[in-house]
Ligand binder design. Structure first.
Ligand code: TGC
Ligand code: FAD
Length: 389
């Protein structure tokens, strides 16, 4: 006998555990994705195009810098931010990426480490979607070890002169402001580079098979003169950029659930329609076991994200919580996407169905913001007290 009252994409009723405000946020982003993202996302992915026309709509819903307070930001809690990421990634990881970078990697460091002038100058425009941001930490020689940074800045009078390059930077070539991390005599510092500064260039990376609805770029700094007022005063050392990553990885731990839900949701319909050997795929024991496995992975990811959100909202979040959740949930989502792709048979390689797009996107998501191995080693370090990096 089946239990029709259970939601297959929310078996443990996470939605019922949300507040009215959190549900309202989720519903409004859900609608936006249904009405504005899903109708165009296939074309965006196929043509390698970021749908920039959606930025004002993301801004109008308060999704840019949504968990920050003041400066035109919505001041939502951590769970609401997680739900925003989940719903956006149900559409496409590229759209969630845009919001993650704008909010957690660009607005967050300005809000947390910036001067009041920097906050006034950048944050309201970023919240309105009029200014786009990017975050430059990774360098071509190895992103997992940002402490080994080659990009450097030296003081010339009150200005700084920045040289080096960054690689794989989301939003890089469309950004008006770039938070760039560079080595200085005092340690790693954050610099706000503005579009048009002499010596600052960006080049879009083409030929990606993943995150094709997102802009990814290389940044080059050739003796860029950065005035003192564009240096983030509130942080010196790797802790600054890593604290931003904690915010963005938190959003990813929620976001990838949406990608997995999109894949399973589509597959469930397919298994009840497709008939082989005289019965539908859904009647098959082997298929049911695979569907149940996927539901288990999604459910455990949801429950982990919910507790992660509660810890965040209680101020009890540790980066190790985030590492474990980013690792677990990305692994779960990519496995679900690959399973759905397989169960669709040949149709699974067509862009007509979402799983292959999500599956390809998740190859980036499991790599960026710390690879799976980096997060496993972070958890291992917490368990043993020994760093294996
Ligand atoms: P380590 O000694 O561990 O730490 C240095 C200092 O930072 C503190 N810390 C953190 N603080 C906040 N949040 C975290 N997650 C933190 N992790 C460490 C730490 O307490 C220490 O503070 P203090 O006061 O003692 O100095 O540094 P390490 O060099 O051993 O590095 C460790 C490691 C490997 C974990 C770190 O380098 C790392 O996370 N590597 C991965 C790099 C990465 O994730 N890059 C992501 C680039 S951005 C990106 O991918 C954007 S994709 C965006 C999108 O499109 O969505
Ligand atoms: P590497 O660090 O060279 O790692 C290569 C392999 O070695 C990985 O499998 C890794 O797990 C493994 N490895 C590394 N160290 C160890 C170890 N100690 N033990 C065992 N195995 C190890 N970066 C930004 O700064 N800003 C952005 O906006 C941004 N956006 C991105 C968008 C996309 C689409 C992608 C794909 C990446 C983006 N990145 C961004 C870069 C991303 O953060 C890096 O790709 C990631 O941190 C890994 O660095 P890497 O690619 O240089 O791999």
């Amino acid at each position: 006998m089946s239990n029709r009252s259970l939601d297959p994409l929310d078996l443990f009723g996470v939605r019922a555990a949300l507040t009215d405000e959190e549900r309202m946020v989720q519903d409004s982003v859900h609608r936006l994705v249904d009405e504005r993202v899903l109708p165009i996302i296939r074309e965006c992915f196929e043509t390698h195009r970021f749908p920039r026309e959606l930025v004002p709509e993301l801004a109008a819903l308060g999704l840019l810098g949504s968990s920050l307070s003041g400066y035109g930001c919505a001041g939502l809690n951590g769970i609401a931010y997680g739900l925003i990421c989940q719903e956006l990634e149900r559409g496409d990881s590229g759209i969630r990426s845009f919001v993650s970078v704008q909010s957690s990697l660009c607005m967050y460091p300005i809000h947390t480490y910036g001067s009041s002038e920097q906050k006034e100058k950048f944050l309201p425009g970023m919240a309105r979607g009029e200014l786009i941001g990017c975050f430059g930490l990774t360098e071509p020689h190895g992103g997992s070890d940002p402490a080994n940074m080659k990009t450097h800045a030296r003081q010339h009078g009150s200005d700084w002169v920045l040289n080096g390059s960054k690689m794989w930077i989301t939003n890089g070539s469309i950004a008006d402001v770039a938070v760039v991390w560079a080595q200085t005599e005092q340690g790693i510092r954050g610099f706000l580079l503005e579009k048009g500064m002499a010596g600052f260039t960006a080049q879009t990376i083409e030929h990606k098979f993943s995150l094709r609805a997102s802009v990814t770029s290389a940044l080059f700094f050739d003796a860029v003169r950065v005035p003192a007022e564009n240096v983030l005063p509130g942080t010196i050392g790797l802790k600054g950029p890593l604290s931003c990553l904690t915010q963005a990885r938190y959003g990813i731990a929620w976001g990838v659930i949406g990608a997995a839900q999109a894949c399973l949701g589509e597959l469930l319909g397919y298994t009840t329609d497709r008939e082989l050997f005289g019965r539908t795929l859904a009647h098959n024991q082997a298929v049911q076991i695979r569907l149940a496995e996927m539901a288990r992975k999604i459910t455990t990811a949801q429950l982990l994200a919910l507790q992660l959100g509660r810890l965040k909202d209680q101020g009890a979040l540790d980066p190790v919580h985030v590492s474990l959740a980013k690792w677990n949930n990305c692994r779960a989502a990519i496995e679900v996407a690959r399973e759905c792709r397989d169960l669709l048979g040949a149709a699974g390689i067509s862009a007509e169905y979402a799983p292959i797009r999500h599956m390809l996107n998740l190859e980036s998501v499991i790599t960026y913001e710390g690879t799976e191995t980096i997060h496993q080693l972070s958890v291992g370090r917490a368990l043993t007290g020994h760093s294996a990096f």
